[in-house]
Design a protein around this ligand. Structure first.
Ligand code: NAD
Length: 250
C-alpha cells in the first residue's frame, strides 16, 4: 500500500477550511499535518506535500506563491483569481518545475456537471438566464460559478452563431435585469438558510429547460476537494477547473 499523503490547510479556521480538515482527517490515505490561518507563519507548511487553500481573495495569491516556492502542490478554492493573478502565478510556476496548482471555482461534482450540461444545451435555445443563490455572508457577486457558467454558455452560443438573448427592456434604472456576463443575464440572490445553489433557465418556443444544482451543505464540496488533493501532484503547472481532473475536459 502506498504511503499516506501529508496535507496542510490554509484558512483552516474558516467555514470551508474547517470542513476540509475534517475530510482529510477522515480519509485513510491522507494525513493532516498543518492548520494555518491569518497571522500564522506558513514556514515549511508543516512538511505537507499538498496544501488546500480556502482563505480570502486578497490573501490567496501570496499564500499560493509561498507554497509553490516551497515546492508544495496546492488545491485552491478561494475566489477572486482573475487573469492578472493567474498570469502572475503561471510566472511563479514556470520557475518551479513539477509543482502543480489546481484552482477550482466550484468543487461540487454536480455543479461541474451543471456547467457542462448548460454548455451542451446552450446552442439549442434562444434565451438563457443564470440565477445563483447563496447564503448572505457571501461577499462577492455574481458567484465565480455563475460567471463561469455564463462565459461557457456565451462561448457555445457564439460558436453556434446564435445572437444576443432577446430582451425588449429599454428602461432598467435599478438593474432589475441583473448583471451581464459575456452578454448572458446573471442574477444573484442572497438568502438566510441557503448554502450554494444555481439555476440555468433555457427558453425556446413553447418550452423551457431548467438545470438546477443545490449544495445543501459544505460537505458537498469535499469529494471534489479530496479528488483534487489526490490528483494535483500528477498535473504540474496550473489547472483551472476540477473538470480537467474528472475526464470532462474535451
Ligand atoms: P470564511 O470567511 O469562513 O474563511 C476564510 C478563512 O480565511 C478565515 O478563517 C480567515 O481568518 C482566513 N484568512 C484570512 N486571511 C488569511 C490569510 N492571510 N492567510 C490565511 N488565512 C486567512 O470563508 P469560507 O466560507 O470558508 O470561504 C473561503 C473562500 O472559499 C471564499 O473565497 C469562498 O468564496 C470560497 N469558496 C469556494 C468554494 C469552491 O467550491 N471553490 C466553495 C465555497 C467557498
Amino acid at each position: 500500500m502506498s504511503e499516506s499523503t501529508r496535507v496542510a490547510v490554509i484558512g483552516a479556521a474558516g467555514r470551508m477550511g474547517a470542513e476540509v480538515c475534517r475530510a482529510v482527517e477522515g480519509a485513510d490515505d491522507l494525513t493532516l499535518v498543518g492548520r494555518f490561518d491569518q497571522g500564522d507563519d506558513l514556514g515549511d507548511l508543516g512538511g505537507a506535500q499538498v496544501v488546500v487553500e480556502f482563505s480570502v481573495p486578497d490573501a490567496s495569491p501570496a499564500n499560493v506563491r509561498h507554497c509553490v516556492e516551497q515546492g508544495v502542490h496546492v488545491v485552491v478554492g478561494t475566489t477572486g483569481w482573475d487573469e492578472a493573478r493567474l498570469g502572475s502565478l503561471r510566472g511563479t510556476l514556470s520557475d518551479h518545475d513539477g509543482v502543480g496548482v489546481l484552482i477550482a471555482p466550484n468543487f461540487a461534482i454536480g455543479a461541474i456537471l451543471m456547467m457542462r450540461f448548460a454548455q451542451e444545451a446552450a446552442r439549442f435555445y434562444e434565451s438563457v438566464e443564470v440565477i445563483e443563490l447563496h447564503h448572505p455572508a457571501k461577499v462577492d457577486a455574481p458567484s465565480g460559478t455563475a460567471a463561469r457558467t455564463a462565459s461557457l454558455i456565451a462561448a457555445a452560443r457564439a460558436e453556434a452563431g446564435i445572437g444576443d438573448v432577446p430582451d425588449a427592456t429599454t428602461q432598467d434604472p435599478d438593474g432589475a435585469r441583473g448583471a451581464r456576463v459575456d452578454g448572458i443575464p446573471v442574477h444573484s440572490v442572497r438568502l438566510r438558510g441557503l448554502v450554494a445553489h444555481q439555476e440555468v433557465l433555457l427558453g425556446g418556443v413553447g418550452e423551457m429547460l431548467t438545470l438546477r444544482h443545490d449544495s445543501f451543505d459544505r460537505t458537498s464540496f469535499m469529494p471534489g476537494v479530496l479528488a483534487g488533493v489526490r490528483a494535483v501532484g500528477d498535473h504540474p503547472g496550473l489547472t483551472v477547473g476540477l473538470e480537467h481532473f474528472l475526464g470532462l475536459d474535451d
